[in-house]
Design a protein around this ligand. Structure first.
Ligand code: MF3
Ligand code: CO
Ligand code: CO
Length: 260
């Protein structure tokens, strides 16, 4: 599968899909409270996406090319030691939990994919530091993006930030090209060497979505076929934006109120 380049009109479609995805995270913000279940958040997201937003969900029924059971949620909800792909259900949030909510919508055939961390009440000192570090790492990766830079430049910048704090980068899951297809080339690793890998070109669109563990980097997949947890049960945090490479550098397509 080759890397697709989006022209100005196609980028306009991506921008609209990405802004729709970003609005879902904003919509959910006030609803993340102690006592709320991840399934209730999923119901709210589903009604909003399919109703007022006028989008379809890229995750409901998603099988990753037939390799997994159909994903049931309009969001992934990954709490505490869950790294990613948490299935929403009857899990009740409690004060001090940290949670990633990841949403991917389709608008006019274009995919928008973004996620952020939420605190349930006040986080622990470690929970806050981990979440903030994962965010700083993502931003460091984004700031590498310009024509002529490489995927290795992005991965290296992300890895440096996480490891300088004594945290680790998950290796088994990565960012991805995105467009009319949910997961397309290239794979965007969150670790690497400066100058290595694919050279970036104007019109590429891909996600940057580092998963940062408080303990060891190892992960394990639960028998449900989706939920990924840290092997050592340490906390994990993730943030994700969909990015376009522009002539002057980058555009973050999934900004929320103009902020990363
Ligand atoms: N949104 C995730 C990503 O960033 C993929 C979720 S697939 C699902 O690539 F089926 F688990 F929802
Ligand atoms: Co993604
Ligand atoms: Co995502």
């Amino acid at each position: 599968m080759a890397i697709t380049i989006k022209n100005a009109e196609e980028l306009e479609g991506m921008r609209a899909a990405c802004q729709a995805a970003a609005s879902v995270l904003q919509y959910l913000e006030d609803h993340v409270q102690p006592g709320v279940t991840t399934g209730q958040l999923d119901d709210l997201a589903r009604e909003y996406v399919l109703g007022p937003l006028g989008c379809t969900s890229a995750t409901i029924g998603y099988t990753a090319g037939g390799s997994r059971p159909p994903f049931p949620g309009a969001i992934c909800s990954s709490v505490n030691h869950v790294v990613c792909h948490g299935i929403p259900g009857n899990k009740k949030l409690k004060r001090g939990d940290i949670m990633n909510i990841d949403v991917t919508v389709i608008k006019d055939g274009w995919h928008g994919d973004t996620s952020k961390m939420f605190y349930v009440g006040e986080p622990t000192v470690l929970g806050r530091r981990l979440s903030e570090t994962a965010h700083t790492a993502m931003v460091a990766g984004i700031e590498q993006v310009r024509p002529g830079a490489t995927l290795g430049d992005i991965g290296h910048a992300i890895q440096q930030v996480a490891e300088a704090e004594g945290f680790s980068i998950v290796r088994e899951y990565c960012g991805h090209g995105i467009g009319r297809v949910f997961h397309e080339d290239p794979q965007v690793l969150h670790y690497g060497k400066p100058g290595a890998g694919e050279v970036l070109k104007t019109g590429m669109t891909f996600t940057i979505e580092p998963m940062v563990n408080a303990g060891a980097p190892g992960t394990r997949e639960l028998p449900d076929g989706w939920t990924v947890v840290t092997r050592d049960h340490s906390l994990s945090a993730q943030w994700e934006h969909t990015i376009a490479v522009t002539d002057s550098g980058y555009e973050v397509l999934t900004l929320r109120n103009g902020a990363v």
